[in-house]
Design a protein around this ligand. Structure first.
Ligand SMILES: [Mn+2]
Length: 347
């Protein structure tokens, strides 16, 4: 952990600031980036937010969205290298390893500016000059709020900045139900309400803005693709490229699917495996003691949080699913003794 006075010193004069976040940004990634950008602009800094890939349309309402540069190796590689190479301060938000952001990671690694990491994932890579990572925080947006507050500038958090931060905290806590939803989280939300945020608007823009096709895709997945393995208290969903195409699946359309699998009573471990062509992307969730962070780190080149993590596989979807299934027996005792793994009630 670095001290706030080091950051204060760094930002004591107007700077060229670069902000980035993880691949396929979610609401915490984009919300913490745009919340921080809005604040730094008010302080007189020149800020460019660059995302390593596109992101879902339901995040486009965030103030500052129109100025985001979406990196594309074929379109704007030189422009982005220039932005990174000339930045005096580089903020990396909501990811902990530079290899998570593809080519841009190497540009940042070799950039001459001062790197600042603000993140809540486990086991951060040591690449930053200033490190404000804290894996017990519920969201990176929570940490961004604290950084702004500790810099003595909480009064600069207006409704626009506040709604960006609220979106990050709301989604990363699963709408304030994950165990990470601390007293501190609720106190911060109270401060954001003071700043004038409209929380029901934010909720609706994020959760109630699906396309009709997305809802029909969800219906198909739950009816035909969900597999429940009672002997392991595990549920999983595997989706082929063809199925994504049939339902015209857009970035973000598969987000949250894993939570449906986890919402079945007695299920303590859930996985969604999606064939994205170049690789199979996997989301893991758990409730209770079972660590999906270790599971994905040990078997699927991933990591993340204790109860929420991601992984990747470069073999076919079928063989990835088989590998996943073959791993379950060695975890059976952990999965069936998990305190929340109660047998379904007999009616
Ligand atoms: Mn996050």
């Amino acid at each position: 952990m670095s001290t706030i006075s080091e950051l204060q010193e760094l930002l004591s004069q107007p700077r060229q600031v670069f902000i980035t976040t993880h691949h396929k940004p979610d609401a915490d990634a984009l919300g913490s980036s745009l919340g921080l950008a809005g604040y730094l602009r008010k302080k007189g800094h020149t800020v460019t937010v660059v995302t390593p890939s596109d992101y879902p349309d339901f995040l486009a309402w965030m103030p500052g969205n129109n100025e985001v540069v979406v990196y594309d190796s074929r379109q704007n590689d030189a422009q982005v290298q220039e932005i990174i190479g000339t930045a005096e301060v580089l903020f990396c938000l909501d990811f902990s390893c530079l290899n998570r952001i593809n080519e841009m990671g190497e540009y940042i690694r070799h950039a001459p500016g001062t790197k600042v990491l603000i993140d809540h994932h486990q086991e951060p890579e040591q690449f930053a000059d200033l490190d404000f990572s804290n894996s017990s925080a519920a969201a990176t947006a929570e940490l961004v709020f604290e950084v702004i507050r500790d810099l003595g500038d909480q009064d600069l958090i207006d409704a626009g900045i506040g709604e960006c931060l609220y979106a990050g905290i709301m989604t990363d806590t699963g709408s304030f139900r994950h165990p990470s939803t601390s007293r501190n989280v609720h106190l911060i939300i109270a401060e954001l309400l003071n700043a004038g945020i409209n929380l029901s608007d934010v909720h609706r823009r994020i959760y109630d803005s699906h396309s009709e096709m997305r809802l029909r895709f969800l219906g198909f997945v739950l009816k035909d693709k969900l597999r429940v393995l009672r002997e392991y208290n595990t549920a999983y969903i595997a989706i082929t490229q063809q199925e994504l195409k049939e339902y015209d699946s857009k970035t973000g359309d598969t987000e949250g699917l894993v939570n449906f699998a986890l919402s079945i009573e007695g299920i303590v471990f859930a996985a969604v495996l999606i064939d994205r062509g170049q690789a199979v992307k996997i989301s893991f969730r758990s409730v209770g003691d079972f660590s999906v962070s270790s599971f994905s780190r040990d078997h699927f080149q991933g990591g993340g949080h204790h109860n929420a993590s991601g992984g990747i596989s470069y073999t076919s979807l079928d063989s990835t699913v088989q590998r996943f299934l073959d791993l379950l027996p060695q975890y059976q005792s952990q999965l069936v003794t998990a305190p929340l793994a109660v047998a379904p009630p007999t009616v």
